[in-house]
Ligand binder design. Structure first.
Ligand SMILES: Cc1cc2nc3c(=O)[nH]c(=O)nc-3n(C[C@H](O)[C@H](O)[C@H](O)COP(=O)(O)O)c2cc1C
Length: 192
């Protein structure tokens, strides 16, 4: 899959096939994330790849889904993710200003997942203290965000927004994700 196709086709997925995601696939995805651009090339990011079913099941209890449409966006028991990657910052390497580094790493990670046929949901609404304990993060390691991963069991659609940026589900249960128009976000050379 070429890069433009991966970017255009990627939508956040919150329903997953109950099919394992191997360590090899997780390693490929993280191997791409670690190559993301990083301020001063400091690379403060660490990654915890989780595919142990029991550990995944515990994480499922510590994340929250699709606030605009809750609880309609929650994966049902037969739709839960098969894996997670925790984005962790080593604050011994970078103490502040690491959000952009984590963002670059996370964006790269979810696009790599897309290219490998996986769906993803980046998760910021998470129980950081409980997850940090579960993942056994050592002092100085800060849990930034989580990414849920799995083979997709839904295919949400993007469209040019028409008055609201709130995503919604249609009568068939398909998720629709409004994006701001190109003309509303792009100017050439300078704002008028
Ligand atoms: C930093 C960040 C945090 C997010 N946190 C959550 C979350 O806690 N729960 C959730 O269901 N989706 C979360 N999302 C997914 C967004 O809701 C989603 O990206 C947005 O609706 C646009 O949809 P799209 O990814 O398909 O373009 C998060 C996305 C980002 C980038």
């Amino acid at each position: 899959m070429d890069t433009i196709t991966a970017i255009r086709q990627r939508r956040t997925v919150r329903k997953f096939e109950q099919k394992p995601v191997s360590r090899e696939v997780l390693a490929q995805i993280v191997d791409c994330a670690r190559l993301a651009p990083q301020g001063a090339n400091l690379q403060p990011m660490k990654y915890v790849a989780v595919n142990d079913p029991e550990q995944v099941r515990k994480i499922n209890q510590m994340v929250r889904w699709a606030a605009y449409i809750a609880p309609a966006g929650n994966p049902q028991p037969h739709e839960q993710p098969a894996a997670y990657v925790a984005l962790v910052v080593d604050t011994d390497i970078k103490k502040t200003g690491y959000d952009i580094d984590a963002g670059a790493a996370g964006a790269t990670l979810i696009l790599a997942a897309q290219a490998l046929g996986l769906g993803s949901c980046w998760l910021g609404n998470i129980d950081r203290d409980d997850l940090s304990a579960l993942l056994n993060l050592r002092p100085g390691y800060v849990l930034h965000t989580m990414v849920a991963l799995g083979y997709p069991a839904e295919s949400p659609a993007a469209f040019d927004e028409a008055g609201s940026i709130r995503y919604f589900k249609d009568a068939s249960g398909r998720l629709h994700v409004p994006k701001r128009h190109l003309n509303d976000v792009l100017v050439y050379n300078r704002f008028e």
